[in-house]
Design a protein around this ligand. Structure first.
Ligand code: 8ID
Ligand code: ZN
Ligand code: ZN
Length: 349
């Protein structure tokens, strides 16, 4: 009952567009599973991949997508711990060697042999997608596949970033790009972890969404005349947030964050704007003991924890669903920063 052909969105050249067409269904290798993807979230990374924004080679032609939630329909002979019919998720880390010193210590995103869904291997913008069994997210059957899809990248990534920040319950975190896909999730995870949130993004609509999700304050970067002062003023005693999560797809906020982070605070870089550089005054970084670090998706344990937060009803980030055939429209809205929250594509349409 697995068809030989399926609908997919295929990027044939750098710059796009994504083309909706029929392609063959692949067979899983011995350590792989074939997932009938029902829903997939659209991450800004998928747009970066199509546009060739990063100094990392991308597969062409490419089927993008790395927030794919669906049902296991075939598996290789080595796969013992997943059954046909189980619900599973395709995430950014499609596979890793499991044997290098990074994999041995659960830092598998750092594996030099990592396979990346929708980047170095085909991802979830197709009806049937393949991943290494060891790496697919295990999704409990009672969860809604449509709503859980954005957890598979956005959720895992912001949850890991918040853990990496070291911020503790009761402390304050600034979320830069809070109105976008990762940002909306970050507000929800931060709240669930007992943190107070200052949301930063542009426009009134994103501000209302951030407040509705539970952020205590909203700073509109397009409207303020002094962003640094506004962010500090939103926190107790005006000392600034204990941590900053940088999710924006623009260089400027990466240069600004050390100006408003609290002394001894941490700046966590997650967004990946093209050709961007970090800049911070050495003097302030030293005498205010500021930590600046990167955070990159999450490992298998982070994945299951992020899904567990969702399963406990703590994560209710808004999303809009559209047919897989409409993916290029989503990319156009994303390019203009018009999306509040996440778009999810339904692979049946
Ligand atoms: O593991 C990782 N590090 C990881 C995982 C997943 C995604 C990194 N990412 C990267 C993506 O590749 C992308 O570069 O995180 C970034 C954000 O992904 P997204 O949340 O999927 O993008 P989005 O929905 O377009 O949201 C971006 C938001 O940033 C705002 C925009 O208005 C939008 O709401 N923004 C921008 I652009 N400039 C801003 C600024 N100066 C800003 N918000 C505040 N200040
Ligand atoms: Zn992503
Ligand atoms: Zn490895």
């Amino acid at each position: 009952e697995i068809p030989t052909e399926q609908w997919a969105q295929v990027v044939e050249k750098t710059g796009g567009p994504a083309v909706y067409k029929k392609i063959p269904v692949q067979k899983p290798g011995p350590d792989e599973v074939l997932i009938n993807v029902k829903f997939s979230g659209v991450c800004h990374t998928d747009l970066h991949a199509m546009m060739g924004d990063w100094p990392l080679d991308v597969k062409l032609p490419l089927v993008g997508g790395h927030e794919g939630a669906g049902v296991v329909v075939a598996k290789g002979e080595l796969v013992k711990d997943i059954e046909l019919g189980d619900h599973a998720g395709i995430k950014w880390l499609n596979g890793s060697c499991l044997a290098c010193s990074f994999c041995m210590q659960a830092d598998e995103p750092l594996c030099s042999h990592a396979l990346l869904s929708g980047y170095t291997v085909d991802g979830s913008f197709q009806q049937y997608a393949i991943a290494k069994a060891a790496h697919v997210a295990r999704i409990p059957k009672e969860l809604d596949l449509e709503a859980v899809a954005p957890v598979l990248c956005a959720g895992i990534t912001v949850y890991k970033g918040l853990k990496e920040s070291g911020a503790r319950p009761g402390q304050w975190v600034a979320i830069v790009g809070a109105g976008g896909g990762l940002g909306n999730m970050a507000i929800q995870y931060a709240k669930a972890m007992g943190l107070n949130v200052v949301a930063i993004d542009g426009g009134a609509e994103k501000g209302e969404a951030c407040k509705a999700l539970g952020s205590q304050a909203y700073v509109d970067f397009t409207a303020t005349s002094d962003l640094v002062a506004d962010v500090k003023a939103a926190t107790p005693e005006g000392l600034g947030p204990h941590a900053v999560l940088l999710l924006a797809v623009q260089e400027k906020p990466f240069q600004q964050a050390t100006e408003y982070v609290r002394s001894r605070g941490s700046v966590i870089c997650i967004g990946l704007p093209a050709k961007a550089y970090l800049k911070a005054p050495v003097f302030d970084t030293v005498v205010r003991m500021i930590t600046i670090k990167g955070s990159y998706v999450g490992n298998r344990q982070d994945t299951q924890e992020a899904i567990d937060f969702y399963a406990r009803g703590l994560i209710k980030a808004p999303f809009k669903t559209i047919g897989l055939s409409q993916l290029q429209d989503v990319y156009e809205m994303m390019h203009e920063n018009k999306i509040v929250g996440r778009y999810v594509v339904d692979t049946s349409k």
